[in-house]
Design a binder for this molecule. Structure first.
Ligand code: SAM
Length: 249
């Protein structure tokens, strides 16, 4: 039987998933940042702050971050603003529309010298081995068809002693909150998507894809299998989000 992948709650041929995901982000790119604020009541900012704290860019030495599936550059720009003058971020994303918005945001904040945008697939990164001090991916990994391949690539481009950070929606484990979260996710978010981005289906996919993503223990095991050492995870907001970290030792 041919390989398949989850596209939300559907099983699709593995080689079809990326094009379906690309359609989602082409459709929502212009409203993506606004929708993040609305859907999460601004909480995505706190989750990303936790990621930036974990990345901990130094103030007084060179530091190169690769932000995979970096979309509109939100994480990269936060890391640059938190680090010193020698902090540089490379945002890679498979979607040119998301990157274009990132370029505009970087220029508007006069940060264009500190960030490079690259159109690339997380499964085949166009970067040399051991070239980044840190690698991050925020709310991106569940969209990638071959997650193991993307983790292997993240590991390959990290320097020895470098740290990988993955922020992703996870498994709610607080009784009561889980039902409220399900109701909100399946009823309110697609309606919000329709009203704000003119697209309920894309937001239905995003919600369904969250439910298909491995729980934190299982994802930590995938990081270890990819070669990362000292793997940890931190659950936030009742498990709505988890931040996984691992080192290339
Ligand atoms: N990291 C950003 C943030 O937190 O705001 C954007 C996250 S957005 C939910 C997911 C991103 O993953 C989209 O920009 C999409 O284009 C990107 N993406 C999906 N599949 C990808 C792949 N195979 N390689 C690189 N980027 C991918």
């Amino acid at each position: 039987m041919a390989d398949t992948a989850h596209f939300g709650s559907r099983q699709v041929p593995l080689e079809d998933k990326q094009a379906l995901v690309d359609d989602v982000f082409h459709s929502v790119a212009r409203r993506y940042d606004l929708m993040n604020d609305l859907m999460s009541f601004g909480l995505h900012r706190a989750w990303k702050d936790a990621l930036v704290t974990a990345v901990n860019p130094p103030k007084r030495r060179t530091f190169a971050l690769l932000d995979i599936a970096g979309g509109t550059g939100d994480v990269a720009l936060r890391v640059i603003e938190s680090g010193g003058a020698e902090t540089h971020a490379t945002v890679c994303d498979i979607n040119a529309d998301m990157l274009e918005i990132g370029r505009e945001r970087a220029a508007a904040r006069s940060l264009d010298d500190a960030v490079t945008f690259a159109e690339a697939n997380a499964e085949a990164l166009p970067f040399q081995d051991k070239s980044f001090d840190a690698v991050s991916i925020a709310f991106g990994i569940r969209n990638v068809p071959r997650i193991e391949q993307a983790l292997a690539e993240a590991y390959r481009v990290l320097k020895i002693g470098g740290k990988f950070h993955c922020l992703e929606f996870s498994t709610v484990d607080v009784p009561g909150l889980d039902r409220l979260y399900d109701f909100y996710s399946f009823n309110v978010i697609p309606a919000l998507g329709r009203a704000v981005a003119g697209d309920a289906e894309s937001y239905r996919y995003l919600v369904e894809s969250i439910r298909r993503f491995p729980n934190p223990q299982a994802f930590a095991a995938m990081l270890r299998a990819a070669g990362f050492g000292r793997v940890t995870f931190q659950q936030m907001t009742g498990g709505i989000v988890a931040l996984h970290c691992g080192w290339r030792l």
